[in-house]
Ligand binder design. Sequence first.
Ligand SMILES: Cc1cc2nc3c(=O)[nH]c(=O)nc-3n(C[C@H](O)[C@H](O)[C@H](O)COP(=O)(O)O)c2cc1C
Length: 217
Amino acid sequence: MTTLSKEKKLSDFRIDYELNKLSKSGVDKNPFSEFKLWFDLVLKANVIEPNAMTIATANKDGFPSARVVLLKEFNESGFTFFTNYLSRKGREISENPNATLLFWWREFERQVRIEGKIEKISRKDSEEYFNLRPLKSRYGALASNQSAVVESRKVLEKRFLTLEKQFGENPPIPKNWGGYKLIPNKFEFWQGRRDRLHDRICYEKADNDWKIYRLQP
Ligand SMILES: Cc1cc2nc3c(=O)[nH]c(=O)nc-3n(C[C@H](O)[C@H](O)[C@H](O)COP(=O)(O)O)c2cc1C
């Protein structure tokens, strides 16, 4: 078995979860409202990157990939993040719009999974958000053909400086950069519990309503 140090084996790392509990009758009937309750708590708790979420996508052959991105907006129409449309995730989304978001908020012993289909947001909304970003981040997006191989960091930094000289205070939004929105059809709210008998409450879209059920841990 793998060991991290002489003192502690990986198999020794375990904690019992006991901060909270979840029940079908206790959750909001609307998964977006339940998500908002959870997210507001996390925002108030001053955790690092509270809006960091893993997004799993898959190519047309079903081969999966996952990475962390930042949630920038959510409401009943979906969950929005920004990226490069030609990145690996962007290419996979164009082949297969099905995706899953995953939040793990360790401070609350909570996980949320959200499944659905991804769509691009409007160009106007992407531009609006792009122009709110710090200037250097806008140049970062402009300089990077995200997920393409690059010979060295130097090449990237040179491109960054050249673009800065060219555009000054007003870099244009990169043609292939913008927002995506995941439109959910399923949520799972997970609350860690004692003795690994965790609570899992799911919502599934059915006839314009949400069916709520509990899964075994
Ligand atoms: C905390 C954190 C936040 C990130 N936020 C974003 C983001 O909002 N958008 C993005 O494109 N990449 C973000 N990344 C980088 C991605 O994880 C990933 O490296 C990049 O998007 C390329 O992924 P891909 O090759 O699978 O498309 C973030 C990484 C971390 C660790």
